[in-house]
Write a protein that binds this ligand. Structure first.
Ligand SMILES: [Fe+2]
Length: 190
C-alpha cells in the first residue's frame, strides 16, 4: 500500500558520492564499446534527441542492490520499494530533455552522472512547484524560486519521485565531439 504523499519535495535527494570510480568507469567503458559498435538504440523522441541508450546494462545492474538499499532507506515510508530497471544513455552535442514527469510505474528515478567531457556542464533541473500538465514538452521552465539546477559530476546522482516532480535539461553547450553519459535507475512503490 502506497502511503499518502503530502509533499513530493520531501523526497528529493542529492547524492554527492553515490558511485565509485570503478563503477562509473565500468559503465562508461561498456557504453562506449556498444556505441562504437552501433549497438545502442537511438532515443530520438518528442522529449529528446541526439542521444543513444540501452536498458539494464550489466555494469549498471552490478550496483543495483547497493543503491536499492540507499533508496529503500529514503523512500521506504511510502511503501515497498521494488527495483524496476536501469537505462544508460550517451548524450551528444545539441542534446536536450524537455520538461516532463516520468511515466506511471517509474515512481522513483535516480539520475546519475557517469562521465562528462572535460569542461562540460549539463545541469539537471527540477521544480518544487506542483506539476502542471501545461508544462509538458516545454524546452525548460523559467528560473524562479521553485526551479533548481544541479550540476552533477561523475559518481553523483539526483533522486526524485519522477512521476510527480517535473524535470528537464537545457540544450548541451559543448564542442562537437564532447559527450555525457548518464544512467537512470528506476523503482516502483507498491
Ligand atoms: Fe525523466
Amino acid at each position: 500500500m502506497t502511503a499518502a504523499l503530502s509533499n513530493p519535495n520531501d523526497y528529493i535527494f542529492l547524492h554527492e558520492q553515490l558511485l565509485s570510480h570503478a563503477s562509473t568507469d565500468a559503465i562508461h567503458q561498456e557504453m562506449m564499446q556498444l556505441y562504437e559498435k552501433k549497438e545502442l538504440q537511438s532515443n530520438r523522441n518528442e522529449y529528446t534527441d541526439h542521444c543513444f541508450g540501452i536498458g539494464n546494462l550489466p555494469s549498471t545492474l552490478a550496483v543495483e542492490a547497493e543503491i536499492t538499499k540507499v533508496i529503500s532507506d529514503q523512500y521506504g515510508a511510502l511503501g515497498k520499494i521494488v527495483f524496476s530497471n536501469t537505462y544508460a544513455r550517451i548524450y551528444l552535442a545539441d542534446s536536450y530533455l524537455k520538461v516532463h514527469v516520468d511515466r506511471p510505474g517509474l515512481d522513483i528515478t535516480l539520475s546519475a552522472n557517469i562521465f562528462m567531457s572535460e569542461g562540460v556542464s549539463w545541469p539537471f533541473y527540477y521544480t518544487t512547484a506542483a506539476y502542471n500538465p501545461a508544462w509538458d514538452k516545454l524546452a525548460y521552465l523559467p528560473d524562479s524560486d521553485d526551479t533548481h539546477g544541479v550540476d552533477l559530476k561523475p559518481g553523483q546522482g539526483a533522486c526524485i519521485l519522477g512521476t510527480k516532480t517535473a524535470h528537464w535539461r537545457k540544450p548541451i553547450q559543448c564542442k562537437p565531439n564532447d559527450y555525457i553519459v548518464q544512467c537512470f535507475w528506476h523503482w516502483s512503490i507498491v
